[in-house]
Design a protein around this ligand. Structure first.
Ligand SMILES: [Zn+2]
Ligand SMILES: [Zn+2]
Length: 181
């Protein structure tokens, strides 16, 4: 039985295989092909190793920063379609705006009640536009929760392990929302 012509995996030349599953045209091409395969494997292993070393060098604040980025993305997705929490207009550029500032209240930086969709103008140029933020926040979550946010909060510093868990948690929540659409 004569096998059907196919393209050599290495040189792309057309050839007639004499074995089923033969993917290269010649012995030479098979040598080159396996060398390339080994190189690809090595390169992949090296990328993995580099990633591992990079992870190992990451500090607590690196993880805090990464978590904040993921959390903010989650807030923007959670509030998609809502108007700016402060001015009530559709946000041209969507920000995740904290009611109690992250700088002043780091313990509320990853608190869902404390972070809502905000337009960039209110967030950046009006420094949160907090008076209107408060009014609309009371409508959204109720006075009791707003007063809780305004109260005193225990400082908390997450360990790297805890930060990793939180990152996973919010990554999954993002996936859930994205899969719904
Ligand atoms: Zn070939
Ligand atoms: Zn606004």
């Amino acid at each position: 039985m004569k096998l059907k012509e196919k393209k050599c995996k290495y040189c792309k030349g057309v050839f007639t295989p004499f074995r089923i599953l033969q993917s290269v045209c010649s012995f030479e091409c098979s040598i080159y092909e396996s060398k390339e395969k080994a190189d690809r494997k090595k390169a992949k292993e090296w990328r993995k190793e580099k990633q591992k070393r990079k992870e190992a060098l990451k500090t607590n604040s690196d993880y805090v920063r990464e978590l904040q980025t993921i959390f903010n993305k989650f807030i923007r997705l959670r509030d998609k379609g809502l108007n700016c929490i402060s001015c009530g207009k559709p946000a041209k550029k969507e920000n995740a705006g904290h009611y109690r500032s992250r700088g002043g209240n780091p313990e509320l930086a990853i608190e869902e009640l404390n972070c809502h969709l905000q337009c960039e103008y209110c967030n950046t140029f009006l420094h949160g536009n907090l008076i209107d933020y408060r009014i609309n926040l009371i409508t959204k979550i109720g006075l009791e929760k707003v007063e809780w946010l305004e109260g005193k909060h225990e400082p908390k510093k997450h360990t790297i392990e805890e930060l990793k868990v939180l990152k996973e948690y919010y990554k999954n929540k993002i996936k859930e929302i994205e899969n719904k659409d």
